[in-house]
Ligand binder design. Structure first.
Ligand code: F6P
Length: 326
């Protein structure tokens, strides 16, 4: 492959995740270093369909990206790209712009889109970025560590007010259908109970545990509920008050605050390593793969496997929360 004539397109798609910019920076600078040209695609797959391209002139174009939250390339959830007609339009624009290969940074929807392009002959490498950490084939996705730190800090603060008022706090975390953030935050913030879609528990069970914490003389109880848990947080809080568990319960839905902020050192490192590797393998001629982290190593997984396998939740981690809640 003649790298001097090779043009790489890079996009971020789906929900933004802290560290996406750090990854775009690594992709851009590595491309220049290797003599390839680089085009930023604005607004994810939607921008690919609309032909929203931004040619980086030099490595300085991504200055300041390392510590920036959100995504400077912007992102959209594209309904049109799910259709064959949208994909066809995107491919046509890529050809007109002279883009030889694409690096798609995002979550499961983004990687599904990347696989669809690969099946139609486009050279594509996916990079996992989603605070949900629900992507198979990588231990960690870009953005997860930052989100977890945000949640931990928020719960620490909520614990102060919970203790002051002898209250229970029900904190809802993001994660769509995954309980990963809730479980990990349960450990890092010392919660009493975690509710997640993977391991259902009854309202009565939650009530029993909260009441038990009250009986044991605790001056607060922290419940972390994943947004995908069977029961809505506000309904659960209402039920707990009806069941009279000792504490009165307040609800905090953390929401999109979990997606913002400057990436942690871990996310900057991960994003940088994945971005560099994505360019390397693309220039080696690889396609239809995702770069990921396994243990300490940057590894590769076929996109077909990535998008068809669910990522299981670690039950040991889930049990840790209960074991340590005293
Ligand atoms: O996938 C990331 C995520 O933040 C999920 O945790 C959440 O369910 C969803 O995106 C929210 O999406 P939106 O920002 O489009 O409302």
């Amino acid at each position: 492959m003649n790298k001097n004539n090779y043009t790489i397109g890079v996009l971020t798609s789906g929900g933004d995740a802290p560290g996406m910019n750090a990854c775009v920076r690594a992709v851009t600078r590595t491309s220049f270093l290797k003599g390839a040209k680089i085009v930023g695609v604005m607004n994810g797959y939607e921008g690919l369909i609309n032909g929203e391209f931004k040619r980086w002139k030099n490595a300085r174009d991504v200055s300041g990206f390392l510590r920036k939250g959100g995504t400077a390339l912007q992102t959209k959830r594209s309904e049109r790209f799910r259709e064959k007609s949208g994909q066809r339009e995107a491919i046509r624009n890529m050809n007109e712009e002279g883009i030889d290969g694409l690096i798609a940074i995002g979550g499961d929807g983004t990687l599904t889109g990347a696989h669809a392009l690969a099946k139609q002959g486009i050279q594509v490498i996916g990079v996992p970025a989603s605070i949900d950490n629900d992507i198979w084939g990588t231990d960690m996705s870009i953005g997860v560590d930052t989100a977890l730190n945000t949640i931990t800090e928020a719960v620490d603060k909520l614990r102060d007010t919970a203790s002051s008022h002898t209250r229970a706090f029900l904190v809802e975390t993001m994660g769509r259908n995954s309980g990963y953030l809730a479980v990990q935050a349960g450990i890092t913030s010392g919660a009493d109970i975690v509710l997640c879609p993977e391991f259902p528990i009854t309202v009565e069970d939650v009530a029993e545990q909260v009441e038990d914490a009250y009986r044991r003389g605790k001056n607060h109880a922290i419940i972390i509920a994943a947004e995908g848990a069977q029961i809505r947080s506000t309904d659960l809080a209402k039920r707990l008050d009806e069941l009279d568990v000792g504490f009165k319960t307040r609800v905090t839905i953390l929401g999109h605050i979990q997606r913002g902020g400057s990436p942690t050192a871990f996310d900057r490192l991960l994003a940088t390593r994945l971005g560099i590797r994505a360019v390397e393998v693309l220039l080696e001629g690889t396609t239809d793969y995702m770069v990921g982290l396994r243990g300490r190593d940057i590894t590769m997984a076929p996109l077909e496997d990535v998008i068809s396998n669910p990522r299981p939740l670690n039950m040991e981690h889930y049990n840790m929360v209960r074991q340590l809640a005293k």
